[in-house]
Design a protein. Structure first.
Ligand SMILES: *[C@@H]1O[C@H](CO)[C@@H](O)[C@H](O)[C@H]1NC(C)=O
Ligand SMILES: *[C@@H]1O[C@H](CO)[C@@H](O)[C@H](O)[C@H]1NC(C)=O
Ligand SMILES: *[C@@H]1O[C@H](CO)[C@@H](O)[C@H](O)[C@H]1NC(C)=O
Length: 300
């Protein structure tokens, strides 16, 4: 394992900066000589240098959730312009084998237009190993240098990508377990884990899940608790980063440590189980504030 960056000596840092500058120049030359193209849901800051880090956001959903997918896709596409710094974030919808005739055409159409879907080799299930299939499939789908971090989340969570990127930027790239530490009223609990609303693992942990015995033998169970138990037993994910009040459930009475009103600096809002909750959340974050007036429509 490489040493965490804060143990690096000043001379190493200046070497890294020099190397980074050289890399930046090389990437700049490459970017002006080749035309850049990216799929619609790859959210990037303007590309002039190698990204600080690359993150795969896997939204676990089911093939038939067309409407929700549409909404979530739009919510992320509208954040593509305000990403601070040079993070590269790919948002992908993840589900198991298609089971209905119409899905073969309707999902194919989405893939042709958006290319943001991953279909795993499994039968649709919630706490029956889909998360294991997701993580353990990734090393077969992507080269090890493709992503620094991988997130598992669901289609009822909305991430603010700028705050997410900002919080990840300074973190180490290995042995990282990031999210909302649960139970939040007892964060020192020996059985603590990151809430399934959305958690991030560094790529080395994804590779470990693919090859280790504990996850393979214990795929079934409440998925977030189960992921926590793999890491604990394997002595992995020891760099725990808890985002605390920046990740929370949509407010309803009573207020809890995991559930409160919208706050500035939000990283994620969870339990967006209706279009109305999505709308209120997007409204708070001014997502549609830039809509241009026109004679062609009136929204009020
Ligand atoms: C998919 O899963 C099935 C059942 O688990 C297995 O028999 C098959 O070999 C897998 N196919 C691929 C391409 O991995
Ligand atoms: C999923 O579909 C693939 C391709 O049709 C098939 O090989 C595999 O057995 C299926 N897997 C499961 C778990 O049903
Ligand atoms: C939304 O816009 C209003 C009005 O400009 C501003 O006061 C508020 O801080 C913005 N909210 C967020 C979360 O950025």
């Amino acid at each position: 394992m490489t040493r965490p960056f804060w143990h690096t000596s000043p001379s190493t840092i200046s070497f890294i900066l020099l190397a980074a500058a050289m890399t930046a120049i090389i990437f700049y030359l490459q970017s002006i000589s080749t035309s850049q193209s990216s799929s619609p849901c790859t959210v990037m800051a303007p590309v002039t240098t190698k990204p600080d880090f690359r993150l795969l956001i896997g939204i676990l959903t089911v093939p038939d959730s067309y409407e929700r997918r549409h909404l979530v896709r739009h919510a992320y596409a509208l954040q593509s312009n305000n990403l601070a710094g040079a993070a590269e974030i790919d948002v992908r919808f993840v589900f198991c084998n298609l089971t209905k005739d119409e899905q073969h055409v309707l999902v194919a159409m989405e893939i042709m237009l958006y290319d943001d879907i991953i279909i795993l080799n499994c039968t649709e299930n919630m706490d029956d190993g889909k998360t294991y299939t997701y993580f353990s499939s990734l090393p077969h789908l992507f080269d090890e240098s493709t992503y620094d971090y991988v997130m598992k989340t669901d289609d009822d969570t909305y991430f603010r990508l700028d705050n997410l990127a900002e919080s990840l930027r300074r973190l180490p790239r290995e042995d990282v377990y990031y999210g909302f530490l649960t139970p939040c009223h007892n964060r020192r609990s020996p059985t603590r884990y990151m809430s399934g609303m959305g958690y991030v693992l560094s790529w080395d942990l994804v590779e470990w899940i693919e090859r280790a015995e504990t996850p393979r033998k214990r795929q079934v169970g409440t998925e977030d608790v189960t992921t926590g138990s793999w890491l604990r037993e394997g002595g992995r994910g020891r760099r725990v980063f808890d985002m605390g009040t920046a990740m929370y459930d949509y407010m309803e009475e009573p207020r809890l440590c995991s559930r409160h009103e919208f706050v500035p600096g939000t990283i994620a809002v969870h339990k967006l189980k209706s279009n109305l909750r999505w709308a209120r959340t997007l409204e708070y974050f001014n997502v549609t504030a830039g809509l241009k007036p026109s004679k062609l429509y009136h929204l009020s």
